[in-house]
Ligand binder design. Sequence first.
Ligand code: NAD
Ligand code: WQD
Length: 349
Amino acid sequence: MSEGSRPHVLVTGGAGYIGSHTAVALHEAGFCPVLLDNLDNASIEAVSGVREICQEDLPFHQIDVRDGASLDKLFSDLYAQGTPLQGILHFAAHKAVGESVAQPARYASNNVGGLAVLLETAAKHGVNNVVFSSSCTVYGEPSQVPVSESAPFQTAESPYGWTKQACERVLTDHAQSLAGAHVALLRYFNPIGAHPSAIIGELPLGVPNNLIPYLTQTASGIRQKLTVFGNDYPTPDGTCVRDYLHVMDLAEAHVAALKWCKTQASTSSVVRAFNLGTGQGASVLEVIQTFERVTGQQVAHEIGGRRAGDVVAIWADPSRAQKELAWSTQRDLATSLQDAWRWQEKLGR
Ligand code: NAD
Ligand code: WQD
């Protein structure tokens, strides 16, 4: 299928970790992903990687989502060339929890402000299908696990978490104000791994905050030792429990969510939240042990103190996504960690 005959969809943050993998999944499903990124936290090589995997010169635009004039022109140009946008997958945002504490206004401006500009432009051009990158962070410390979509939001632990709660509210209000708006709020648990080709993956800048890139960098000798943040939690082995899902499973969930948006009645407005996770929790020590087993690499690690703000244990009840999106994870923790390691080996030291 040539680029021109595929339904075009906008992927903001398309050069980033999850956006780039989703672009591949969209292309595989017959869409033409139009990549947009300001390259604030990404490299142009990710765009080349997506093009290489898809074997197609997919469109890329270096635009900031807060630049309403450039967005407006992009939407108009796509319409004029006979490929109007069929939907938007909105990934573009700042995502570092610690940084958000130091720079709350920057996070509000980019994450909430960026969404607002995008929605105004989309409404002007009649683009009504929106898939949004939310996070399990909206739940805070849940009162029961697995957590379902009906669990109440807790007061946000960080300005980053607040931006996700605020964006969900903006999208909910937007859908209520606009006839025919179809919005999927995708609450990701912990995405990990990389495309099995190792052509694209996660590119953390500087010292990683997240467990998996820190772990793979330790195994490859870039970091000396991984610190396990606390082993005195009320969990089976004392370390925190999370729901780690493969980034390609997550990518495929976006395709399912986009299709869900497209099948909603054109006159009715709908907003729906979906948890995206495996439904299984794994502790920090289980992750390290699984990684060592499947890769044969040793991970130097030590037990340290707790990290401020960490939730003790959270994993998803993904049954709504299974039922309504016909989606479930296909790759297990071992596969996700193998793919994360393959990507790290390619990056080298
Ligand atoms: P990422 O930083 O790799 O990707 C985000 C991309 O958006 C980057 O390429 C960045 O350059 C771009 N960007 C940021 N602000 C922009 C702007 N104003 N205009 C245009 N481009 C902009 O992050 P990711 O891990 O791929 O996360 C994607 C989305 O998923 C984010 O909204 C994030 O909050 C959310 N999310 C991520 C995780 C996770 O663990 N990675 C978990 C839950 C939710
Ligand atoms: C996982 C586990 C750590 C690093 C964050 C955001 C969340 C979401 C996903 C965007 C925890 C432990 C980590 C290390 C460790 N992002 N750990 N040593 O904290 O679950 O979620 O990313 O929405 O909002 O908060 O992910 O990968 O940082 O940590 O022991 O060096 O690994 O304590 O238990 P987290 P993480």
